[in-house]
Design a protein around this ligand. Structure first.
Ligand code: AN7
Length: 424
């Protein structure tokens, strides 16, 4: 046994979230072999705590791989990276004061290499794919997973197939997946049906699956929570995050807990998940105090990224919400589009509609008295606004059309023409 593999064996195990069945770190199945539920990667956190904070940390740039000790890849030479993570945490004072909040921050994940938080998970997931010698990777996607996987697969030299719901993904995301060279397959049906097909087919067709049921994805995504803690100096009181398939809210909660367990956090935030009104099975379950979800058969929302009716990670998400004494809320398409424009115009941050769901949720919950003025709140914005230019253009004022003339320009802008000193 060489050094590397012995270190990894001690470092982590894979564990079923429901029956607790344990597997060694070299197992490559995405689900529990005895009960079929989702898996989690578990570290020996006591052992890691003794080695953290690593003296090296200060010199490493903020980003996913700063946290190597808390990731399931130990050899830096194996990493497939496009420099993901290290995104800004913006203090939004203008928007905050409008909403009556002094300490409002936005974690802007649209700054990642392909424009969404998915890159954090893909750097780890595709590294794992290459490490086990996968010849081809596959995902079902509402768009961002597809763009991100396509980019990382290209970087790794692995074939990539993405299955998307017919006619329902935003244009920028489609352009990305195509340009990075993925085979793009459009399936009649919605995202949930596409994911079922992909999960059913990947073994038979020899694909490595990189949807967020793959626990390596979650490991990369949890680093955003580490970054938030470091950027603020401690965890926020409340984290508000859009929820679709529910991998990301689960990942943040895992991240906050791991930092707590190794002694780098002294507290934990309350986790608030926001879904679109037409695709909100987790919110429905939360409000009914039910510990199971009832899938939505025909999810609908302008926020196509989170147009998901049967979130695979619903159990992890409900746990995050309950364990953190958080909550879940839904927002309408109008509320999402309003919030998107408000964030762009108050703070200069252009995010896609699904991302604006966190801001829309904040506005609604502040109005309902669920958030206090003194709370330190972080809203996660998950994807860049340019992902979906069509929706953005549709929700803005019409552009002005003129001939080349100063008079026409002035008239269209409704401003007077000044007489210059020379003319007077
Ligand atoms: C911008 O790309 O599911 O709750 O296939 O693109 O972890 O699913 C995208 C999800 C939020 C929801 N914001 O995250 C996909 C996909 C944006 C997203 C979510 C997505 P999860």
């Amino acid at each position: 046994m060489n050094n590397k593999s012995s270190r990894e064996r001690v470092m982590f195990q894979i564990e079923c979230i429901t029956c607790g069945q344990k597997y060694s770190s070299d197992m490559t199945s995405y689900v529990c072999k005895s009960c079929g539920d989702l898996l989690d990667i578990r570290y020996n956190l006591q052992d890691i705590a003794e080695r953290l904070p690593n003296p090296d940390w200060a010199s490493r740039p903020l980003g996913v791989w700063k946290y190597l000790e808390l990731l399931p890849i130990q050899d830096p030479t194996e990493i497939v990276s496009l420099k993901e993570g290290g995104t800004s945490l913006h203090h939004c004072q203008k928007l905050g004061s409008r909403l009556g909040l002094e300490k409002l921050f936005v974690k802007n994940e649209g700054e990642n290499p392909t424009g969404s938080f998915k890159d954090r998970g893909m750097t780890v997931g595709v590294t794992k794919a290459r490490k086990i010698g996968a010849k081809a990777v596959i995902c079902a996607s509402t768009g961002n997973t597809a763009s991100s996987l396509a980019a990382y697969a290209a970087r790794a030299g692995i074939q990539c197939v993405v299955v998307i719901p017919e006619g329902k993904i935003a244009l920028g995301k489609l352009a990305q997946a195509m340009m990075y060279g993925a085979k793009v397959v459009s399936m009649k049906g919605n995202f949930d049906q596409a994911l079922e097909l992909v999960m059913e087919s990947c073994d038979q067709l020899g694909f490595y699956l990189l949807n967020s049921i793959n626990p390596y994805r979650i490991e990369g995504q949890k680093t955003a929570a580490f970054e938030v803690c470091e950027q603020l100096g401690s965890p926020p009181d409340t984290l508000i995050i859009p929820v679709g398939n529910a991998g990301n809210i689960s990942a943040y909660w895992k991240g906050f807990n791991e930092f707590f367990s190794v002694g780098l956090n002294q507290s934990l935030p309350r986790m608030i998940g926001i879904q679109a009104f037409g695709a909100s099975p987790i919110v429905d379950a939360y409000k009914k105090d039910s510990d199971v979800i009832k899938p939505v058969d025909t999810p609908e929302t302008v926020a196509t990224a989170i147009r998901i009716g049967k979130p695979v990670s619903w159990k992890k998400a409900l746990r995050a919400i309950h364990e953190s004494k958080g909550m879940a809320e839904s927002v309408t398409d109008d509320e999402i589009l309003f919030a998107q424009k408000l964030l762009a115009r108050e703070e200069g941050l252009f995010v896609e509609p699904a991302s604006a769901a966190s801001i829309a949720g904040l506005i609604k919950l502040k109005d309902l008295g669920e958030i206090d003025a003194e709370e330190r709140v972080v809203c996660v914005t998950t994807g860049h606004g340019l992902k979906d230019p069509e929706t953005a253009i549709k929700s803005c004022e019409e552009i002005l059309v003129i001939e080349k003339s100063v008079e026409e320009l002035a008239r269209s802008l409704k401003i007077p023409i000044r007489i210059s000193a020379a003319q007077a």
